[in-house]
Design a protein around this ligand. Structure first.
Ligand code: FAD
Length: 464
């Protein structure tokens, strides 16, 4: 028998628990729109990159909406700093954040690690192998992938840089080349080949990679590989057009080229690569022997056009309307690198993170307005806040309309902007700390080789 005084307490507690139990679903239902007995509007976002994340974050937790985020990886990746992972300046987890953690606690939101393989536009379902995810509104933001302009056979010899896995493999290849060049049995011709690094393409990624490899060789490896003459290191950018950093003002292109050359990088503009084989880059009749060849020349959209059954536009992108919706396919938006919106001035939008982010926010706003029964939004307009590219320590170029910065001022602006736009407080702190240490000590942290590219000299043990 409970104590008589405890009976009202127990009854009171039970009543409170019951009230809470009844209030909780009501609160959740209010938040997700169930209170109005309306079915939830299912928004599926494919791709948790810059565009998809901006859209999903602006819709998550909104009344009446259920958001499902699908991505083939479990993380959002800050691609602008991938080259720093590839050149041992940062570690993988410092530029990536788990997607689930970005949506934790948001009602009506789920995250699924799925590889999207198609879209059934008639059934309104996203196909992930055998699985199907139904949608009312679909936002596709799967970005781009390296494009070899019809020379797909070059891919094995000249890998691109798009994922954390690409960056890890490149870093190990670069460090492995130094290890092998330092072996006593390594002859001069082989050493020269191992210490030659070719970037095919002189856009921002090619320039940043080249500058960073040159610095890695000059600063860090000078101490660690005293027996390797680091003046033998050759870093080459091969660019088919007459200048590097397409899209920047000519004076900034020229300045970047001078800065690179000052760091010992060979900048070969107006030179077209005619063939790439493992360890060799051909430029007409000339053959450059190089252990590490990195494809930084171009990208094409992920196969979204094929998934939607529409004709791909320039660069494999999907031609969308001024509201970023796909004509003829109601309720489907394509944004970011995979989309080609109309360009009234004849200049297509660049494939950069701010375009994808602004498009993600725009589409989320348009969907919210539609669900509230309000009229459509104005056509998407991109607000260009400026362009930056870094070359090396204290060297960068920045263009903010008529304001052009170079050298230390541009470099500090570049660093501040990247810290600011990194996702997650933890990553901002870690990257800032890494950069401060590297700046003060001329050292890079992530120089561990896990899988060597070197052939294993150990004989394979006979079975039995
Ligand atoms: C090395 C490098 C450096 C760059 N530097 C800069 C820079 O300095 N400044 C700048 O503004 N821009 C830079 N960019 C470009 C910028 O990263 C892109 O423009 C931007 O990421 C495009 O955003 P998005 O949302 O369209 O695609 P992304 O950000 O690429 O996101 C696409 C997402 O879709 C997922 N995905 C792809 N296919 C599938 C599938 N089949 N199923 C499920 N998920 C899928 C991917 O995992 C990824 O998470 C750089 C790009 C690279 C590769």
């Amino acid at each position: 028998m409970p104590h008589p005084l405890r009976v009202p307490l127990l009854l009171g507690s039970a009543a409170a628990v019951l009230c809470l139990a009844r209030a909780e679903p009501r609160r959740a239902a209010r938040q997700t729109g169930r209170a109005t007995r309306q079915p939830l509007h299912r928004v599926v976002v494919v791709g948790a990159g810059f565009g998809g994340l901006a859209a999903a974050q602006a819709l998550a937790g909104r009344p009446g909406v259920q958001v499902t985020v699908l991505d083939q990886h479990n993380h959002h990746l800050f691609q602008p700093l991938l080259y720093q992972v590839a050149t041992a300046a940062l570690s993988q987890d410092e530029i990536a954040s788990p997607v689930r953690s970005l949506f934790a606690g948001k009602p009506g939101t789920r995250v699924l690690m799925e590889d999207v393989t198609g879209i059934d536009t008639a059934a309104r379902e996203v196909l992930c192998g055998a699985a199907r995810v139904p949608y009312d509104t679909l936002i596709v933001a799967t970005g781009s992938q390296p494009s070899y302009f019809g020379h797909d056979a070059w891919q094995a010899a000249a890998p691109g840089l798009k994922t954390l896995e690409d960056a890890r493999k490149l870093r190990e290849r670069i460090l492995d080349a130094f290890e092998r060049a330092s072996l006593p049995e390594c002859g001069p011709a082989e050493r020269a080949r191992l210490l030659t690094f070719v970037m095919v393409g002189g856009g921002a990624t090619g320039v940043e990679m080249a500058g960073s490899i040159a610095e890695l060789a000059r600063d860090t490896l000078r101490h660690d590989y005293a027996d390797v003459d680091n003046t033998r290191v050759r870093v080459i950018i091969v660019e088919g057009s007459p200048h590097i950093l397409d899209g920047f003002a000519p004076e900034l292109q020229a300045r970047a080229q001078r800065d690179l050359q000052g760091m010992g990088v060979e900048v070969r503009t107006g030179d077209k690569v005619t063939d790439i084989q493992p360890g060799v880059v051909h430029i007409g009749k000339e053959a450059i022997q190089a252990e590490t060849i990195i494809w930084t020349a171009g990208v094409a959209a992920t196969p979204v056009a094929a998934w939607l059954g529409v004709q791909p536009a320039k660069g494999g992108r999907v031609a969308v309307g001024p509201d970023l919706a796909v004509p003829g396919l109601p309720g489907i938006y394509v944004i970011g690198d995979a989309a080609l919106p109309p360009a009234p001035d004849g200049k297509p939008l660049p494939g950069v993170a701010p375009v994808a982010k602004q498009q993600g926010s725009y589409v989320a706003r348009a969907i919210r307005r539609r669900l509230r029964g309000q009229a459509g939004t104005r056509p998407f307009g991109y607000r260009d806040y400026g362009t930056l590219a870094t070359i090396g320590r204290n060297k960068a170029v920045a263009e903010f309309g008529p304001v052009h910065l170079t050298g230390f001022a541009a470099w500090v602006t570049w660093a501040a902007a990247h810290i600011f736009f990194l996702i997650g407080y933890r990553n901002r702190v870690l990257v800032s700390a890494q950069w401060l240490i590297s700046y003060a000590m001329h050292q890079r942290g992530g120089r561990i080789i896990v899988e060597s590219a070197k052939p294993d000299p150990r004989p394979i043990a006979a079975a039995g």
